[in-house]
Design a binder for this molecule. Sequence first.
Ligand code: HEM
Length: 465
Amino acid sequence: MTEAVEYSGLVDKRLVRAHIVAGLVFFVIVLFAGLLYGLQLQQLYPFPGIELLSPGRVRMIHTAAAAFGFLTNTFVACLYWVIPRLTGRPVLSRSFSWLIFWAWQLLVGISAGGILFGEAQAVEWGETPAWIDPVILVGAALLIVNVITPIFQRRDRNMYVTLWYYSAGFVWLALVYFMGNFLPEYWLPGAAGAAVVGLYIHDLVGLFVTPMGWGLMYYFVPVILKKPIWSHTLSLVGFWGLAFFYPLNGIHHFLFSPIPLYAQYGAVISTIAIEIVVFTVIVNFFMTLRGSSDAIRTNMPIRWFYTGMILYFTTCFQCAFQTTLTFQKIIHFTDWVVGHAHLVMFGVFGFWLLGSIDYLWPKLVGRKWHSDALRSWHYWLTTLGIVVMALSLTAAGLIQGYLWKGLAPWEDSLIASFPFWAVRTYAGVAMIAAQFLLFFNMWMTSRSAPEPSTARAPLGQEATA
Ligand code: HEM
């Protein structure tokens, strides 16, 4: 896990950069699609009557581009950086990696086109058209073979916890994608299919995005703080706890539905159990920080990572309550859930990835960051944006829930929501502005004078550094 590996020919930096840039291109699509749909809810939609850009389709672009374009690309960039360092082995093949890179962008692009042309599959987060799902599954399988090979080939028999998370996450990804995109479509109609869709939405987050994210944290935090994780045993408790409890959670999306009540209760209990698991992981990371807490102030990636962890704890704590039937009576179907979703997907995993980019970009281009002030602005505007967005949606959710419970007319809840939706839009604009500061800083960094130690390879030609 040392930076000496930097020049050992294990990592294709251009590929890591390409995945980061592709991820950020999709990120821009995510942000503007979110903004557009937010404007629709404020009755300010700029493209009324254009079927291709109808708001429902734009919403699906927003969520699908977040999962498969932004998060997946950026996670894959990190996998290509981290796995060779932890195993001492390169991924299966460089040319194969590039093939997968282009194939993946093509698949996500075709899926987005399919959604815009009305071909979406009726599965939340599985809206990728049914005719492309088999190809996506093959694409995911190729990616998995490429990155799992060094894990099998490593010489050190001890497996660091990051590799536990990654190995399991890869297996789960294939199973989860198959379950959500094929079972309800072809074999499980009705309530059974709905139950599986609930599992799918939740497992895509819990069994793919979460292991990728925690895997990253277990790698980057010790590397940056230059000390081992506080307790390896506790890290494995977290891993096995996730593996055991998470798959049972999904049905908490469908409480009060026709799905058998014992399955709903099972989901409630295992969701509460996950909170204990999360607590062990958070304790482990904060104990690791003990004695180095100044890093939160002085080290930007660490600041992103620990902010994400605090938000992670917040969302899981929310989960332990919001999964109960008592809470559900108020928040079901309200904007509370949308606030929660943004806090998790962006406030946690988005933050970890932005922190990873902050750490990796100077190393990938062999230059120092162009502007530390811009990095700081990026962090504060993004954090302010997501916190304000989550708070306004949480408040909107409570108001909607109580109005519906009091049997107020539906229109009353819409009128009450408008100010909160306006706040969401302003928060979104702040988040968008923040990301453009990041892009500008990345661009200027890659154009600045190279650092002496890395000056020997011109940018773009140090493919295996
Ligand atoms: C400019 C920033 C953003 C804005 C304005 C925005 C806005 C929206 C809107 C209006 C919805 C639909 C809510 C509804 O159906 O009532 C939504 C849903 C969603 N967004 Fe965003 N979004 C933004 C950024 C993001 C980011 C960066 C991510 C993830 C990385 C994300 C993930 C999601 C998810 C997962 C949902 C589905 C929520 C659910 O169904 O409960 N959003 N967003």
